[in-house]
Write a protein that binds this ligand. Structure first.
Ligand code: ZN
Length: 439
């Protein structure tokens, strides 16, 4: 088995894709109720579930640790949180959804009149049935999120507010999984683990990264593959600050997020653009019927940190319809039904196809460059025709025609309009027949 063989098998075996899609969706469903934030037991619980699928190295970074221009915040945990009416009925209840409590709410126990309470309640008036997702990481505050309909149903009067949280010195938790390759050149895949009960943002990214690791675990590779499960911003910065020795070895990086909802695949380029990962991703997306490749922008997920000028790492980002561009974004509608197994499966396929290119892209030299080498004599010309056979021949002809030792397989794919795997297979056949040699 090789990455190429794995990618080929995944691309052609519908039953395998369906099984993996179902398993990823089960993982999303299992992780969904957990209250995650940038620190706390929810992140640890999440990582321990992912750790059942692949070996994780879990790091704890103490509160107060300086991380570049930031500092690891106090650790936040929730025991309970609710708003109850005069009859003691919970009208907003954290136990029903982790979205109900503003993340990083400070502890509170008080009784407030509805009008005083309103200042701490967040709704989406334009989407009256949905609960918004709100955070207050770096400003000490508290609040609840609820649907506009829930708010409208609250009668005037006094309400008991209980925010039974702790905000204390502890640590920030992140995890990595390193799958060693033949070389120390690394491909890093990073995903954020800090969002509470939201499915595509970002349990989808966690599921795709986890299953990528599971599938790659026993497959020999040229590159070392490193998977990062980090809280957004402060978590990726903490990883960067603790891995200065790894950074020079990173050849390609990818942030995966928002992969389970509707919409085609979207790739966001690295800051410099035109890096090998950008070029490979553009080709892979075209073969997944998407031409949605976007230039870098300084807004988004952890690609902002990896690409910042001090690190200048070549991280692109793969998602479906990006954050902020779909109505379910950061609301209770981003639930387990919003995420579809087959969409998760396709996204994982795109990541495998990208790895296939990054692993297998190299230049070849045609050893018989004076005219066309005779393919029939070497058993390379199909005796049975058909469209597949014609494609195989065209792939070999393109490769022989362009392989002067300076043109990579990916370039041949771009110029010929053929998919990378077809050219990779052609190269393997020509190599076995002694017609080309790798440069
Ligand atoms: Zn988000």
């Amino acid at each position: 088995m090789s990455v190429a063989a794995l990618a080929d098998a995944y691309r052609t075996d519908e039953a395998l894709r369906a099984d993996v899609g179902t398993d990823m969706h089960l993982l999303v469903t299992r992780l969904f109720p957990i209250c995650r934030s940038i620190t706390g037991d929810g992140v640890r619980q999440t990582l321990s579930v992912v750790g059942e699928l692949l070996p994780l190295d879990v790091h704890e970074v103490p509160s107060g640790t300086p991380v570049f221009d930031w500092e690891v915040p106090p650790e936040w945990n929730v025991r309970d949180a609710y708003v109850a009416d005069a009859a003691g009925r919970r009208v907003v209840d954290f136990r029903a959804s982790s979205l109900h409590l503003v993340s990083y709410s400070v502890p509170v126990r008080t009784r407030l009149a509805l009008d005083e309470l309103r200042g701490h309640l967040h709704t989406l008036p334009d989407q009256p049935d949905l609960i918004p997702y709100r955070t207050s990481y770096y400003a000490r505050d508290w609040g609840f999120c609820l649907s506009q309909r829930q708010l409208d149903a609250l009668a005037p009067g006094d309400y008991d507010v209980v925010v039974d949280t702790s905000l204390e010195s502890g640590s920030l938790t992140y995890a990595e999984c390193v799958l060693p390759g033949e070389t120390s050149d690394e491909i890093v895949v990073s995903t954020h683990v800090c969002h509470p009960s939201l499915a595509t943002d970002n349990l989808s990214g966690i599921a795709v990264a986890a299953w990528l690791g599971r599938l790659l675990r026993d497959v020999p590779r040229r590159h070392t593959v490193r998977l990062l499960f980090v809280p957004g911003t402060i978590g990726s910065l903490a990883w960067l600050s603790e891995h200065a020795d790894v950074l020079p070895r990173i050849r390609h990086g990818l942030v995966v997020t928002g992969l389970g909802g509707p919409g085609g695949l979207v790739y966001k380029c690295t800051r410099r653009g035109r890096r090998p990962v950008d070029r490979a991703a553009r080709h892979v997306l075209e073969n997944h019927r998407s031409r949605d490749v976007r230039e870098f922008s300084p807004y988004g997920y952890d690609e902002r940190q990896y690409n910042s000028p001090g690190f200048d790492l070549p991280f692109g980002r793969l998602s479906r319809t990006p954050h902020g561009e779909f109505p379910e974004y950061h609301t209770s509608a981003d639930n387990v039904d919003f995420v579809r197994p087959e969409l998760l499966a396709e996204a994982l396929g795109a990541v495998l196809d990208l790895l296939d290119v990054l692993e297998g892209n190299r230049a070849y030299r045609n050893l018989f460059p004076y005219g066309e080498p005779q393919l029939g004599r070497r058993g390379l010309y199909p005796t049975v025709g058909g469209p597949g056979a014609a494609d195989d021949v065209m792939a070999m002809l393109w490769l022989l025609s362009l392989s002067d030792g300076t043109v990579s397989l990916l370039e041949v794919a771009e110029r010929s309009g053929m998919a990378f795997p077809a050219l990779r297979r052609a190269a393997d056949r020509l190599l076995a027949a002694g017609v080309v040699a790798p440069v």
